[in-house]
Design a protein around this ligand. Structure first.
Ligand SMILES: Cc1cn([C@H]2C[C@H](O)[C@@H](COP(=O)(O)OP(=O)(O)OP(=O)(O)O)O2)c(=O)[nH]c1=O
Length: 184
């Protein structure tokens, strides 16, 4: 049995491209209970916490968990608290390159676990006030790390990326595929 330990509709959409059938069981963890670490370690810690929360109850299942964070000058940008927080984040990211990290945790059953962190560098256009306000009106920012969704209207903010596009969406499926087929 495959389990996706995520409530993210984007992760469900992306996983369907490589795993035809799976169950969705969001992991209930208190992210605030975990120490803040440097970005790569932090997303790995969160993905692992989500996956382990499910592995206890489903020891024989293949469990997939992930966590995505935006990092800018080593500041972690998670989901914005509100519109003002989203505006602050996007103003910070305007005209600059930031990193998007997704931590992966794969429990292959019988305590066999694989982990990985995938990084994508994203360069934003210079965002003028009109562009910012237009984007914020979409409310797309609300459940997205870094207050933007590259797969949606957020595409208009992005000038260049270097790395996996799907990693920015929240599930680097080319890496995950190779973890599941034992290529890595
Ligand atoms: C940067 C970026 C993030 N995101 C999303 C991916 C994740 O769903 C979300 C980061 O929050 P996460 O805490 O990684 O995930 P989640 O809370 O959505 O779901 P779960 O913890 O149950 O797995 O931001 C996009 O959809 N597009 C983007 O461009």
């Amino acid at each position: 049995m495959f389990i996706l330990a995520s409530q993210s509709p984007r992760r469900q959409e992306l996983l369907q491209r490589i795993v035809p059938a799976f169950e969705v069981k969001p992991a209930k963890i208190d992210e605030r209970a975990l120490p803040v670490l440097p970005p790569k370690e932090y997303v790995q810690q969160l993905a692992t916490a989500k996956g382990e929360a499910l592995a206890k109850d489903y020891p024989d299942a293949t469990i997939i968990a992930a966590d995505t964070m935006v990092s800018f000058h080593d500041e972690l940008l998670g989901k914005p608290k509100d519109e003002a927080d989203a505006r602050r984040m996007l103003q910070e990211l305007s005209g600059q390159t930031h990193q998007v990290y997704t931590g992966l945790y794969v429990h292959l059953g019988n305590q066999v676990v694989k982990t990985a962190v995938v990084q994508t560098d994203v360069l934003f256009w210079d965002l003028d006030e009109a562009m910012l306000e237009t984007y914020l009106e979409t409310d797309e920012y609300a459940d997205k790390a870094g207050a933007y969704g590259i797969q949606g209207d957020g595409a208009l903010l992005v000038k260049e990326i270097h790395g996996d596009f799907y990693n920015v969406m929240g599930l680097p499926i080319s890496t995950l595929y190779r973890m599941l087929t034992n290529e890595i």
